[in-house]
Design a protein. Structure first.
Length: 217
């Protein structure tokens, strides 16, 4: 998984996330979006998938993205930026909270779909999938939205430490096989554990490589 990156990309990735990242704003509906400009990468996933932990691990700042035990609470697109680099990280609201009222699901759907469809500066969505569960029916809505909006996206497996090392190749292969049906999906996955620091450098390298590609004049 991490072998797909050169030493230079790995170094660029580490450098990118040695910088201090700050919270810019939470966007509850599209009229509040910040002006388009920087390359945007967005993180999506079911509530509790480990999204806040992954963003915090990525930027090496424990408190940046809120880790929360009340899944489904935040319904905003949260923007994070760093000085001097034209990149913004967008933390998308989690989905799949079984007890969420219908109106909340509708607000989520409208906001997320409108953002995915209309944001030309959105370079890639990282869709987080719990390594213990793989892609589940709860993930089908976002997969369908990503395919419909033709946004380039890549699966990031989270909590890899929770499955034995011997079981990992099988889970990765099974998830990759499911992606064959999704044309906008990257064929390769990035396996991570925020807790054990697995795959974080690979994700940083992937982002640095994407930024280099998109921000090039
Ligand atoms: P979010 O709702 O997607 O933002 O998920 P959080 O980041 O708040 O994480 C949900 C729960 O999973 C918390 O109890 C975290 O401590 C735990 N968690 C997150 N990442 C990992 C990981 O890599 N390994 C393990 N074992 N637990 C994790």
């Amino acid at each position: 998984m991490s072998s797909q990156f050169t030493d230079e990309e790995m170094l660029a990735g580490r450098r990118l996330f040695e910088r201090p990242w700050t919270f810019l704003m939470g966007v509850p509906s599209l009229e509040f979006l910040p002006p388009a400009g920087p390359v945007e990468i967005a993180f999506a996933g079911r509530s509790n998938v480990g999204k806040s932990s992954l963003i915090n691990a990525l930027v090496r700042q424990n408190g940046l993205a809120r880790t929360s035990n009340t899944p489904g609470r935040t319904q905003e697109l949260n923007f994070f930026i760093t000085d001097g680099v034209p990149l913004a990280i967008v933390d998308m609201p989690g989905y799949g909270f079984a007890k969420a009222p219908k109106e909340k699901v509708e607000v989520w759907t409208d906001l997320v779909f409108a953002y995915l469809q209309g944001r030309a500066t959105l370079a890639r969505v990282y869709l987080l999938i719990d390594a213990r569960h793989g892609i589940k029916p709860v993930d089908e809505t976002i997969l369908a939205m990503l395919d419909a909006a033709a946004v380039s996206y890549q699966i990031v497996l989270t909590k890899l430490d929770k499955i034995p090392e011997t079981a990992r190749p099988k889970m990765i292969a099974a998830t990759q096989a499911m992606l064959a049906k999704h044309p906008a999906a990257f064929p390769q996955l990035i396996g991570t554990s925020s807790e054990k620091g697995i795959g974080i450098d690979a994700l940083r390298a992937a982002i640095a490589a994407l930024l280099a590609e998109r921000a090039a004049p």
